[in-house]
Write a protein that binds this ligand. Structure first.
Ligand code: APR
Ligand code: PHB
Length: 396
């Protein structure tokens, strides 16, 4: 008979992305034990290229968690960003409008910091765990089974945190009649290119051009990240680096393009754009957080920030439960998260709607986009509505 190895912990966390790692850190800081399981290797997780804009509240949460040291020294504070439309440009002055800034620091770097800190402190992260399967989620003693190197394991815990991203196993383990999905898939994607070149501007530029959306972003003063809107089914191999920079130049306008430094791509890939929410974010003793529960299109860089706010609420609720036996915040977790999630879904959908070329848009809808741009760039209230969302809505 095969022997199953048994592990006991307070919280089993599925997924070692930013959500799972930060949750594990916040629980550890409060003296609560967890085991993190991920199906990927550490090297794979540490090399995934993702977005890089942290809200004011995300920065505070990371600092409070004790994982923000390198972010503080290497990250760059931005006090504003530009939005553009058909060659016009306007700066949203985040600092003047809200008193706050955002931090430019890549999710890849943050993930490395989180893993290093957990492992240095003796935290338990199981990489390359196969067939992770949560069960008994409605009981007080859930079990998560997995395999690794031919051995079978069972993690016995009180709570399971589903932090395993959009394609994870957690959300799908909720019975269909106990969850509802809300989804919009956009009729285009983003082709992204990363290169070791000086960014074309000191701040980010989001631009709607008749040839399609373009975004100039960065990871540091020597590493640029650029995106252009492309068809959803585009083949990335069709795009040479030069073709990419040619198209980007057309969309950002001659004056800006004159300062565009070209360099070989370190990475080039296409990401689809999707809005998605699962309600509720809890089933029995399974709690979903981050991309496992919701997806936003990347216009506005909210994915990582929303993951951080979920985890902030979840850690608070679990700590309260373990320390005082009070489950008020645990019971309210899904509702508290979803109220903020839907506001951030709205902002990401709104920014995406204003800044992209939609193949099915009628002339009326094109005029609506233009009117929206004119409003936000000529009205204090309009600019403020963008700024307060961009720096991050407050945590309740
Ligand atoms: N079993 C175990 N681990 C899994 C499984 C599975 N069946 N499926 C997925 N995972 C792991 C993935 O390998 C990944 O490391 O879960 C992790 C999920 O991490 P992310 O996708 O980064 O999601 P999250 O931590 O919620 O972070 C949200 O990351 O994806 C971006 O746009 C997103 O910026 C946002 C942030
Ligand atoms: C990025 O730098 O990858 C980035 C920045 C802002 C966004 C999306 C992505 O809105």
């Amino acid at each position: 008979m095969e022997l199953v190895k048994s592990i006991k912990t307070q919280v089993c966390i599925i997924g070692s992305g930013p959500s799972g790692l930060l949750l594990s850190q916040l629980l550890h800081n409060a003296g609560i034990e967890s085991v993190v399981l991920d199906r990927q290797s550490r090297a794979h997780i540490e090399s995934r290229i993702r977005a890089g804009v942290l809200e004011h509240g995300s920065v505070e949460t990371l600092l409070e968690a004790g994982v923000g040291e390198r972010m503080l020294s290497e990250g760059i504070l931005h006090d504003g960003f530009d939005v553009g439309f058909d060659g016009e440009r306007f700066r949203i002055d985040l600092k003047a409008l809200t008193g706050k800034s955002v931090m430019i620091y890549g999710q890849t770097e943050l993930t490395r910091d989180l893993i290093a800190t957990r492992l240095d402190q003796g935290g338990s992260i199981v990489f390359s765990a196969d067939n992770v399967t949560p069960s008994d989620l409605e009981s007080g003693n859930p079990v998560v089974r997995y395999e690794k190197e031919g051995e079978q394991y069972e993690v016995h815990c009180q709570f399971v945190a589903g932090c395993d991203g959009f394609r994870g196993v957690s959300r799908e383990s909720i019975p269909q009649d106990r969850r509802k999905y809300f989804e919009r898939v956009y009729p285009f994607g983003w082709l992204g290119l990363l290169s070791d070149t000086k960014p074309v501007a000191d701040e980010l530029i989001y631009a709607n051009h008749e040839r399609g959306f373009a975004l100039c972003s960065m990871r540091s003063n020597t590493r640029s990240r650029y995106y252009i809107q492309c068809p959803a089914d585009e083949d990335v191999n069709k795009w040479s680096d030069d073709a990419f920079f040619d198209e980007l130049s057309l969309r950002i306008g001659e004056e800006t393009a004159a300062g565009l430094e070209r360099g070989p791509s370190l990475e080039k890939s296409i990401a689809p754009l999707r809005s998605f929410v699962c309600e509720p974010m809890r089933f029995g003793n399974l709690f979903l957080a981050g991309d496992a529960a919701h997806i936003v299109p990347p216009t506005g860089a909210k994915g990582l920030n929303l993951a951080i706010s979920d985890v902030h609420y979840l850690a608070r609720a679990m700590v309260e439960h373990f320390k005082s036996g009070n489950s008020v915040h645990l019971d309210a977790y899904s509702q508290i998260c979803l109220t903020r999630v839907w506001k951030v879904e709205r902002f990401s959908w709104y920014m995406s709607s204003m800044l992209h070329q939609f193949p099915d848009h009628s002339p009326f809808e094109k005029r609506m986009q233009r009117a929206e741009y004119d409003y936000v760039t000529r009205s204090h209230a309009g600019a403020m509505a963008i700024a307060e969302n961009y720096v991050g809505l407050p945590y309740d």
